[in-house]
Design a protein around this ligand. Structure first.
Ligand code: BG6
Length: 519
């Protein structure tokens, strides 16, 4: 729920919960061979394998598919299948019958080797050529999923080229994880390498935020209704706030996080995707490129930020030891594989502007951090006050606001003023609420599963395009560079379990605004 919006009782507008089919056809017509680079790693075990199980269980995958895990872990195919079963049992939300898990695992094979080893790419190429018994090669898709640390990507791409892994007769696709590159230049270089092997329409740069139901719903909400769009601009919107708050720390990812920090991990990708969906113009159609063209325009319209602006308006933080609920947690510098004097930022709050016709002068406040008091992702659009205080100058009306909560609740809430009952003329902030869980019995589909199905069907809409990725880096590169050149002396500067450093609130105070408060 949106904690700081009073009047929680709301008005029920949605019809009674209804059960909808999650999907009709899924990707049943697309037999595939998936090569999972890093197939025994963390991402594969915790996310990809359990994710693939979901459409398998729902009968949305083709009957014929093979997954070839490739990692340096020395496993046989039998052992790998055990690992697959374990990861499904441990990480799938709903328990599944053992025979089904067994059947799923039987689609998996394993090649053990280091990513440098040429001979292994030969084995992979042979496995791809072998295809799926009984299925013509030209209707088989080959998906190369690179579930590997970012620094292994260029090597694997080079080896794929050398060994012709993308040259088969069927549909060849590559799925690349974020962060894609480490700045604009490295992303450009990496894009060039990838495009030597694949065409742009074979490249699926995944960002799981785009697979989240509420993020997709933003477009339906904005462009499927006529009441909000006329207000969705500088004339009516006072400001936009986007929060991606996490209560978890960096868990076991010290190595990665030391390189990435919050900007490369969250802001450059998840956060800028949320901004683009909030701010973009209506696309010419619902086609992938029409949507991606509009998003690109947003990234290109971000106001350029000189160093003095960054110093004032881009605030960073790093968590120290603290308390989350009853648990005492250690600080970032005490986490595994983190340097005791690390300069990596685990928090950022910044004020951005999009200098286009629609948004000129409207601040977009973005905030994200680890070890904040709770996990919440929300887009909050606050509207300007009416031109006159007709109810009396002392009468405090809460501004109209629209709150799109992405997690943990998936909801849309509109705040508007009504009259408090009684003899006085007092306004009362009320809510209109739509909530996914209350409205639809069908659970929302896991983001990775939705994106994998899209990839099998060849739908690029929810994947980033080369120019979009590079333009997103163009937005954050000056911040990364400024921070690297000007390390802060006072890290850690917020306690785990708090809402970040004081400077983030001071920035809002200067603008006479407030961050959203979540209890
Ligand atoms: C990942 C980041 O992309 O997103 C993680 O690398 C972060 O650091 C995660 O924890 C958050 O995803 P979600 O879906 O839990 O908001």
């Amino acid at each position: 729920m949106t904690d700081s919006m009073p009047g929680q009782e709301g008005i029920k507008v949605s019809p009674d919960p209804c059960t909808l089919p999650v999907a009709t056809q899924g990707a049943r017509d697309y037999p595939f061979v998936m090569v999972m680079f890093g197939g025994a790693g963390d991402l594969a075990r915790k996310k990809l394998v359990p994710t693939l199980f979901r459409p398998f269980r729902d009968n949305l995958l083709a009957e014929n598919f093979r997954v070839i895990g490739y990692s340096r872990t020395g496993l046989s195919t039998q052992e790998y299948r055990m690992l697959v079963k374990e990861s499904v049992i441990r990480h799938c939300q709903h328990p599944a019958p053992e025979e089904l898990v067994e059947q799923f695992a039987s689609h998996f094979e394993f090649i053990s080797g280091h990513f440098e080893e040429d001979a292994k790419y030969g084995e992979i190429a042979a496995a791809i050529r072998e295809g799926i018994p009984g299925i013509p090669p030209d209707v088989t898709s080959t998906l190369h999923y690179l579930a590997v640390p970012p620094d292994s990507v260029p090597l694997i791409i080079a080896k794929m080229k050398e060994h012709g892994l993308a040259d088969g007769p069927g549909r060849n696709r590559i799925i690349l994880e974020k962060p894609f590159g480490a700045d604009r230049l490295s992303a450009h270089t990496l894009n060039q390498k990838v495009l030597e092997v694949f065409d742009e329409n074979q490249v699926f740069r995944i960002d799981h935020y785009l697979g989240k139901e509420t993020v997709q719903n933003l477009m339906f909400f904005r462009f499927g209704n006529n009441v909000f769009e006329p207000l969705w601009n500088r004339n009516y919107v006072d400001h936009v706030q986007i929060t991606v708050a996490e209560d978890i720390g960096i868990e076991t990812r010290g190595n990665f996080y030391e390189q990435a920090g919050v900007v490369r991990d969250i802001i450059q990708n998840h956060m800028l995707q949320l901004v683009a969906h909030t701010a973009m113009e209506p696309p010419a159609s619902f086609e992938a490129d029409a949507i991606r063209d509009e998003k690109l325009k947003i990234y290109k319209s971000f106001r350029k930020m000189p160093p003095e602006y960054i110093a004032q308006n881009m605030l960073r933080g790093q968590y120290g030891p603290g308390r989350l609920g009853k648990e005492i947690v250690r600080g970032y510098r005490e986490e595994d594989k983190v340097s005791p004097d690390s300069k990596a930022s685990t928090f950022m709050a910044g004020k951005f502007y999009i200098d286009n016709w629609r948004w000129s002068g409207v601040p977009f406040y973005l905030r994200s951090g680890k070890r904040l008091p709770k996990r919440i992702t929300e887009i909050y659009v606050e509207f300007k006050q009416p031109p006159l205080k007709l109810m009396g100058s002392a009468c405090q009306e809460a501004p109209n606001a629209l709150c799109l909560q992405i997690q943990p609740e998936e909801s849309i809430i509109l705040r508007f003023n009504t009259k408090q009952p009684g003899v006085d003329n007092l306004p009362y902030p009320s809510m209109l609420e739509f909530n996914y869980a209350k409205s639809f019995k069908a659970a929302t589909y896991p983001p990775y599963a939705r994106l994998l199905l899209d990839c099998l069907r060849g739908d690029l809409t929810l994947f980033a395009r080369q120019d979009g990725i590079e333009a997103m880096w163009g937005v954050v590169d000056p911040v990364i560079q400024f921070w690297e050149e000007n390390p802060v002396p006072d890290f850690p500067n917020y306690k785990a379990g708090t809402w970040g450093p004081d400077a983030a609130c001071q920035m809002m105070d200067r603008d006479s605004r407030q961050w959203r408060l979540f209890e």
